[in-house]
Design a protein around this ligand. Structure first.
Ligand code: 4AD
Ligand code: MG
Length: 451
């Protein structure tokens, strides 16, 4: 038979065919004559029941073991496809004494997180991985249909785009190599590339270079932040979708682009009636009705006024230097009816150098954050300063390597705007999951990079 060995393509039209399946035992029940083995190959959340006569059942098959089984695909009395095995073999036993997950048992995410290498085997986490993969695909598909070009921005870079000093340094490990490369007075950390080199905190500046030729561009890859924030919303390595659009000089247009993207991608994932998405949502009814509503927009000043009016309900009094906290963010979204909410026109003093000043108020920049229910900030974006002289004044001294960025304004410069969507934060919104460490295959956070 030509049926591929992938459970997600098995359908009732394959009934009657002889097939071979490969996968892992999720659970098994022994009855007098037969053993019922539920297997999964991870290509789908659905399991296949394999019916094995007792006399053919090899010793050593337990939950967690890997097997191959051959037989005729048939319909069970309840109308489900199952395999009547004529042959079943162990590929690898599972040492149950030390295996941390018992079949059909539910565990807390904190417990499962202790076993990152075995975590993909749990039903919940394999579902999350498949949803994550579908969401990546949905984003690429949508942006492609909107005429964007995908540009790979570098991971190794000499700029600290956000200027927050949260960069990881990237230097060769080989001191001897460095010593042979050191030129006059160049510090060791600049010996390899001739500049200080970091892991990218954002691909934005390179994306702006591409937008000045390709108009609508995006990049979707890992970014790195050395923040000492040990919250359920922060990772040291996270995936960011960044888009940059040329000839855009209006924050309302940027708002529309972001709102449309998030609604469209979310709707397409819900419409796919994905069993994994349903499985992740579980019993707790996650409210995603915001996909049919307009996202509210508040200015920073309006948001702060609302927070100050309710000051008693927060842990600490509002402090202009600290700004809007996570607690405030989540409150603001609830205040706006649980719909993702844009906060626009932030104080220039707390935002990066590249943001364009508001036309009517030079203390504010044309910028936005999108806050999501239960999560807080999921998007940050802005119009970019495209005036050569103004930008030159604002370039931070520490970013002396950014003359190329200034150049973009010299040769056919155009107004551009763009944004970055924290992909894991979006998944928290989509899935209603509590902790960002549970939506990325191998999370990195302070003191945790060993696996
Ligand atoms: O707001 P941020 O810092 O914006 C930028 O990096 C811009 N250069 C993007 C652009 O305009 N092209 O980061 C964007 C988003 C945040 O809104 C948040 O969702 C996510 O990235 N993010 C994190 N996600 C997980 N862990 C962290 N430590 C994160 N830091 C930011
Ligand atoms: Mg931000």
């Amino acid at each position: 038979s030509q049926v591929p060995n992938v459970l997600h393509v098995l359908q009732s039209q394959n009934v009657g065919e002889k097939i071979e399946v490969k996968g892992w035992v999720k659970s098994l029940r022994k009855q007098k004559e037969n053993v019922f083995v539920d297997i999964s190959d991870g290509s789908t959340g659905k399991k296949l029941q394999v019916l094995v006569p007792q006399k053919l059942f090899p010793a050593g098959i337990t939950a967690g073991a890997s097997i191959t089984a051959e037989g005729i695909l048939s319909l069970s009395p309840r109308g489900q496809i199952e395999l009547s095995a004529e042959n079943i073999k162990i590929v690898g036993k599972c040492v149950l004494d030390s295996y941390p997950f018992a079949p059909r048992k539910q565990y807390q995410p904190e417990y499962i997180r202790q076993y990152l290498h075995l975590r993909p085997r749990t039903n919940t986490f394999s579902s999350i991985l498949r949803v994550r993969s579908s969401a990546v695909l949905a984003i690429h598909k949508y942006l492609n249909s909107e005429g964007y070009t995908n540009v790979h921005t570098p991971v190794l870079t000499s700029n600290d785009c956000e200027g927050a000093g949260e960069v990881f340094k990237a230097i060769p490990d080989d001191i001897n190599l460095l010593k042979t490369m050191v030129k006059d007075k160049v510090p060791l950390e600049e010996a390899f590339f001739d500049t200080k080199t970091f892991l990218s905190v954002s691909g934005q500046l390179h994306l702006e270079a591409a937008a000045h030729a390709l108009s609508k561009v995006y990049t979707f890859g890992p970014t790195f932040r050395a923040e000492n924030s040990r919250t359920r919303f922060h990772l040291s390595e996270f995936y960011m979708l960044e888009a940059e659009i040329a000839f855009l000089d209006n924050i309302q247009d940027l708002i529309m682009i972001i709102e449309k993207l998030i609604k469209h991608v979310t709707k397409s994932l819900l419409d796919a009636s994905d069993n994994d998405l349903k499985f992740c949502h579980g019993e707790n009814k996650l409210d995603l009705t915001w996909i049919n509503k307009n996202f509210p927009i508040l200015t920073y000043d309006e948001a702060v006024a609302i927070i100050k009016k309710r000051s008693k309900q927060f842990k600490a009094e509002f402090d202009d230097k600290v700004g809007i906290s996570k607690e405030h963010e989540i409150f603001l979204v609830n205040y706006c009816g649980g719909i993702p909410t844009f906060i626009i026109n932030w104080p220039k003093s707390i935002k990066p150098f590249y943001m364009r000043e508001c036309e009517n108020d030079s203390t504010r920049v044309a910028s936005l954050d999108l806050l999501a229910p239960g999560v807080g900030e999921i998007v940050g974006g802005s119009l970019r300063e495209n005036d050569y002289n103004k930008l030159k004044e604002k370039l931070p001294n520490s970013n002396a390597q950014l003359n190329w960025y200034l150049d973009l304004r010299k040769y056919g410069g155009v107004p551009t705007g763009g944004f970055g969507l924290g992909f894991e934060r979006y998944l928290l919104l989509l899935l209603g999951i509590n902790n960002i460490k549970d939506v990325i295959p191998f999370p990195r956070w302070p003191h945790n990079c060993s696996l």
